[in-house]
Design a protein around this ligand. Sequence first.
Ligand SMILES: [Zn+2]
Length: 216
Amino acid sequence: MPIFVYVSPTGEKVGLIEYYCAEKEAKQVKLIYIQFKDERNFPSYLAPASLNTFLDNNSMQQLFLDLNVDSVHFKSKKLKLTDVNTLTNEQILDSLNLEKFGRKQPLGFSSVFDYFYITNLQKYDAQANTYLGGFHWVGDQGGVQVKYQVSSLGESAEEQTTHEFGHWIGFPHTWKKNGFINVVIEPNQAGTKDNFMDYNIKRKKFLKIQLLHYRR
Ligand SMILES: [Zn+2]
């Protein structure tokens, strides 16, 4: 919706403010913290309240204004942290779904609530020469696995979680075309400096093109 700006004494048109918003959908998200059989540490500091505070303070509440986060503590009885590093991401999530819900397929998007898995995995991806922050089906049904640890690049757990939330609702990385966002925002990785969907930067915001093309 365009809003024209005028100088009041003369009526001269001096600018245009473009007001925009994405379609609003209230959603309850269940964070499922996965504690593996042989794991001692647990992401207590990434509680729903701290994630909400981070989103309120650092992402200007974009997309997440009404995010109603609930948390579930899930101890994996079978999977060992030391073993899952040999599995593919898909196999890990399949196993967690099987153990938690008795089914392999992720529960997917619901009109009421979605599930979002958090683990402390830090898997090295030799092909991409990066540490995986998580995995996700871009623009596909829900279910995300993410490491909660502060990354080797100094990004906070909350920043990484926001990045993975972005993938979850269909956002590609800023240097890639994908799905609903069929443009490259910035051709180089770490080129934007400030976008949640970039790497190695302070991920503080999403852009209009992203907000207008999220998957729902
Ligand atoms: Zn990513």
